[in-house]
Design a protein around this ligand. Sequence first.
Ligand code: CP3
Length: 358
Amino acid sequence: MLEPVVGTEPARAGLPPEMTRLERMLCACRGEPTDRPPVWLMRQAGRYLPEYRELRARTAFLELCRDPELALEVSLQPYRRFGMDAVIVFSDILLPFQGLGLKLDFSPGPRVENPLRSERDLARLEGSVAEAMAPTCETIRALKAVLGDETAVIGFAGAPWTLAAYACETTLSRDLAVLNALSYREPALLDRMLERMAEITTESLRLQIEAGADVLQIFDTWAGTLSSQRYRRFAGRALGQVLAALPSPRPPLILFARAATHLIEELAALGPDVVSLDWRVDLQEAAARIGGRVALQGNLDPAALLAPAPEIRKEVERLIRAGRKACGHVLNLGHGVLPTTPVESVAAFVEAAKHGTP
Ligand code: CP3
């Protein structure tokens, strides 16, 4: 059984009395009222935690992902310490590639040894996403067995454009040389590649829904490299195919894109429940632009967790106030926790979120 998580929460006048973490997360994602914004952090399980580093010293990253017992343990490590409202399953967006014959290596960044570059390469991309995702699905089932209806479990996948970036580039640089070249020279090939990636994203999410994920997040980490017009043409079109192919009704879906301030209207138009913002955009400005149509997630600069605790509390209070301008707000960082983040800073962030601001 899970040990009780530290920290009690003050009751709020006029609001539902004790929402569970799961209810809080689901309501915020759907734009319904909550007692306070739910809180979790991208990369909340990872290298900033000594207990993760200890496990990792003995086990390779992919092995952690592929062993449901270890993945369950790693997923729960931050929850035991801080009691976030949601637990994201420990896995990786590139895991499905392993079932499809793409040779994946993390040393420490991801590298595909046999990248996709041609129709021939695409044709050899066959196999089973289900087999590659089986350990992650088993971890989700185990998380649901431990957390019951108390806490939200988040399943996730990479967006087609971001998966394509990792599938065709060997060393990923900011300018996505190979993928962008394809988009100008061989758009029809890129379309087929994105269609294939959209199938992978959809299948991966569908399996995680079946396993019991309460909320889904799609990561479009490399979307920001595109202009709005080309985003609509390539990445957005493929994401639209994913959203259309998911079962209905489905769990609330969060869409994250990095460096994509220019794209937030496009992201909201695709029909997710939540748009997750990186730290470059002001939350209040984003709320004015799209906060009437979708809930927002974010968006503290991960580097702000290197500041002293009083600064972190001030930033959280500012975000909570700004988030009230949107129809729902999930408190989070603008991208993943940095490995150099002090554990105390994550504690300060989560505590400040729970105690809120008048
Ligand atoms: O706690 C969580 O957020 C859940 C686990 C999670 C991981 N990767 C574990 C991980 C999630 C949600 C991801 C998503 C992911 N993976 C994305 C999208 C989010 C983002 O960061 O933009 C991307 C692009 C990947 C691919 C990937 N995996 C990269 C680029 C890297 C290396 C970068 C780095 O931080 O070193 C990984 C490795 C990885 N994925 C680690 C973890 C905990 C570090 C592995 C280690 O212990 O060495």
